[in-house]
Design a protein around this ligand. Structure first.
Ligand SMILES: C[S@@+](CC[C@H](N)C(=O)[O-])C[C@H]1O[C@@H](n2cnc3c(N)ncnc32)[C@H](O)[C@@H]1O
Length: 483
């Protein structure tokens, strides 16, 4: 089955004059990129991956043929998308622990949960969250969760203990999962230390392969990508002006991050990565601005309708010449490397302009020994928002069938493949490869299983330090090159 994706949407034709004024000819050319077929990878496309993974295949794919692959891939697409709901419930738990928009209780770190339970803080937070869900009063996160809970048969407005019990049960589930993920992560770190090979930083052992798919995001992965692009430029792998078409797979939506240091809910939900990637590519001279004749266009792929709809709404506002504001809080008690601080300070200077940030709630003064949060905000230009075109696409199973000239110079996917097992990662790598130009790169912070002699292979990696005093505060990005 193939589905047709039309970038830009039906409304754009009547707005051509306005668009030209706002965004210039280059972006119009990018919009004219027009229609591309989205389709499931065919049996022929995946045969080599099935053969290479024959010992790890799900039972439905033993002795696979076209029919078995077609049945499994359609069913697996549903199963993968089904994981989003669990991720949303995980976000509810993050909100319970770190949120400040519905309670005045102190935030609770997972490490301190026993203490917080004994002192009654957890109970008080659950009560406040239940009250907030009953009456969201314009709080977009609570409105979303109210609808989510009702959709699974828990009505926060009904009164009684049901909503509180549901929240507690999810808290317990997340704590249990967190424990097993920490064990897996510790094993992965031990392996890394044993080999001493910096490339093993990419071996994140499919850490989240059996948890809900969440939308969490912060600027740290964007720093990782900027440093990698810088490294690629310095090494001559990427050249000035070389990038015109880029895809960001799974940009996420900042509802409230799972890490306390970046878990905030005092500003509207936001997506960051498409604009961050644009900003970095233009800052580094690797791409021309969207307004230029062959300027940068950013395709954004995600399985979450929340991400896609969020970007579509931003684009609709951009059509009316309204920019997109990103809040950039920084926890000063967190020892960031000078390069990371410099990145945070410069963020957005090639995609928009500084605007006044939203003031964080008082509670942040107290928790950081009086240091609080340093904040910035950037308004992304409408033309840049319009250069980012969202589409639904499951990178594990689907690809856009692009004409050679329309293929991507770069595909970026951070903190996405860690949600999948080795077989699914191998499928995703081939789908990404099919959408890249020869010599094009997939940049990701996971090691993906390559096919020996296959068309897309690890060509190198960049290691990035977040905190010079903490040897574990680092990440790595592998460069997978299409042959
Ligand atoms: C944890 S967030 C990561 C966000 C961002 N890339 C970052 O590093 O901060 C994972 C994102 O990938 C998306 N995603 C997960 N599986 C996907 C798939 N198979 N195809 C496309 N998007 C996917 C999720 O919906 C979400 O937006």
């Amino acid at each position: 089955m193939t589905r047709l994706i039309c970038f830009g949407g039906p409304g754009k034709i009547s707005h051509v004059g306005l668009l030209k004024t706002i965004i210039g000819a280059g972006l119009l050319a990018a919009l004219a990129f027009g229609a591309a077929e989205r389709g499931f990878a065919s049996f022929a496309d995946v045969k080599a991956v099935l053969d290479a993974h024959r010992n790890q295949l799900p039972s439905e794919l033993k002795d696979a043929d076209e029919a078995k692959w077609t049945a499994w891939s359609r069913q697996q697409d549903k199963a993968i998308r089904g994981r989003l709901r669990q991720g949303e419930l995980d976000s509810m738990v993050n909100l319970l622990l770190f949120g400040t928009s519905f309670t005045r209780e102190p935030r609770v770190r997972i490490e301190d949960i026993t203490e917080a339970a004994k002192s009654g803080v957890v109970r008080a937070r659950v009560d406040d969250l239940v009250a907030g869900l009953r009456n969201p009063a314009g709080n977009e996160r609570l409105i979303f969760l109210n609808g989510l809970l009702k959709g699974i048969g828990v009505n926060p407005e009904a009164g009684g203990p049901e909503t509180g019990v549901f929240i507690y049960n999810n808290l317990l589930r997340v704590l249990k999962e967190d424990q097993s993920i920490r064990q897996r992560a510790a094993e992965a770190v031990r392996e890394t230390q044993k080999t001493g090979d910096p490339a093993s930083l990419l071996d994140r052992s499919s850490l989240f392969r059996d948890r809900g798919v969440s939308l969490d995001t912060s600027i740290l992965p964007d720093f990782l990508i900027e440093q990698t692009l810088r490294d690629l430029t310095q090494k001559g792998v990427l050249r000035e002006g070389q990038v015109a078409r880029v895809a960001v797979v799974g940009p996420g939506l900042d509802f409230i991050d799972k890490n306390q240091e970046s878990g905030y809910d005092y500003y509207p939900q936001q997506t960051v990565q498409p604009f961050a990637v644009y900003d970095s590519l233009v800052r580094l001279g690797l791409a021309k601005t969207a307004a230029a004749p062959d300027g940068l266009s950013v395709s954004v792929f995600d399985i979450s309708s929340r991400v896609i709809d969020h970007l579509q709404r931003a684009r609709a506002r951009a059509m009316k010449d309204v920019g997109y504001v990103i809040q950039l809080p920084r926890d000063i008690s967190r020892p960031w490397s000078p390069a990371l601080v410099a990145y945070w300070r410069a963020f957005g200077d090639h995609a928009g302009a500084e605007v006044a940030p939203i003031r964080p709630p008082e509670v942040f003064q107290a928790i950081n020994s009086g240091k609080g949060l340093e904040t910035r905000a950037v308004q992304i230009r409408p033309g840049v928002v319009l250069a980012c075109q969202p589409s639904d696409l499951n990178i594990v199973l689907e690809r856009l069938n692009l004409a050679p000239a329309d293929r991507f110079d770069l595909i970026i996917g951070t903190n996405i493949f860690v949600y999948y097992d080795a077989f699914e990662q191998a499928l995703a790598l081939q789908n990404a490869g099919a959408m890249l130009k020869p010599g094009g790169l997939l940049l990701t912070n996971d090691r993906l299983p390559e096919l020996s002699g296959g068309p897309i292979r690890l060509a190198g990696m960049t290691t990035v330090i977040y905190d010079e005093h903490d040897p574990t505060a680092r990440g790595a990005v592998g460069w997978y090159r299409k042959q």
